[in-house]
Design a protein around this ligand. Structure first.
Ligand code: S3P
Length: 178
C-alpha cells in the first residue's frame, strides 16, 4: 500500500527527560523554527481522556495514566513526522523504550533534579512531585532508562532555552534529521 501509513513513514524527533528539563518548550520552539508539527504527548493524553493529568492520576491511578501514555505513544506511528515532547516517566516501561526507538530520533534533555524542580512553575500539575519519593530519587531511578533510549544526550545545565534550541537545531540540521 504505497500511500497508506506504515511504521516507516513516521519519523519523529522525540524529547525525553525529567520534569522541568525543558522538553515542551524546546520541542515547541524547534517545531516553529523548522516548520514541523509539535505534539505534546501529555496534552494528547489529556485531550483523549477528557481530563487533565492530575485528574487522570486521581481517578485511574498512575497505572491508568501509564496505559494511556503507552497508547498515545503507539498512536504516533499514524502521525506525520513531528517534534514530540514526552512526559518525564515515558521511559519507565520497557515497551515504551522499544516504541521510542522505533519512532525516530530520541533526544534526552539532561538536567539535575534541583534545577529541574526550580524550573517548574506549576508543581501542582505534576502529581508525582507531591508523592513520597523525592525528585532526586525519581530521577536517579530513571537516569539509566533515559540514556538507554537516547540517540543524543544533551546537557542543559545552566543553559537558556535559546541556547538549547539553537545548538540542538544546528546539530539536527547538520545530521540531516531536521
Ligand atoms: C510525569 C511527568 C509529567 C506527566 C506526568 C508524569 C513523570 O510530564 O507526564 O505528570 O512521571 O515524570 P512532564 O515531564 O512534562 O512534566
Amino acid at each position: 500500500m504505497p500511500w497508506g501509513y506504515n511504521e516507516q513513514q513516521a519519523y519523529h524527533v522525540l524529547f525525553v527527560g525529567f520534569m522541568g528539563s525543558g522538553k515542551s518548550t524546546v520541542a515547541r520552539r524547534m517545531a516553529q523554527l523548522f516548520s514541523r508539527r509539535c505534539i505534546d504527548l501529555d496534552r494528547l493524553i489529556a485531550r483523549r481522556a477528557g481530563m487533565d493529568i492530575p485528574t487522570i492520576f486521581q481517578k485511574e491511578g498512575e497505572q491508568g495514566f501509564r496505559d494511556r501514555e503507552t497508547a498515545a505513544l503507539e498512536s504516533l506511528f499514524l502521525e506525520t513526522s513531528s517534534i514530540v515532547s514526552c512526559g518525564g516517566g515515558i521511559t519507565i516501561r520497557e515497551r515504551n523504550q522499544q516504541l521510542l526507538k522505533r519512532l525516530g530520533t530520541v533526544i534526552y534533555l539532561k538536567v539535575d533534579a534541583d534545577e529541574a524542580v526550580s524550573r517548574i512553575s506549576r508543581p501542582e500539575t505534576r502529581p508525582l512531585l507531591s508523592g513520597d519519593v523525592p525528585p532526586r530519587e525519581i530521577l536517579q531511578a530513571r537516569a539509566a532508562s533515559y540514556e538507554s533510549v537516547a540517540d543524543i544526550c544533551f546537557d542543559t545545565a545552566g543553559k537558556s532555552i535559546d541556547e538549547v534550541v539553537n545548538t540542538l537545531g544546528e546539530l539536527l540540521w547538520k545530521k540531516g534529521i531536521l
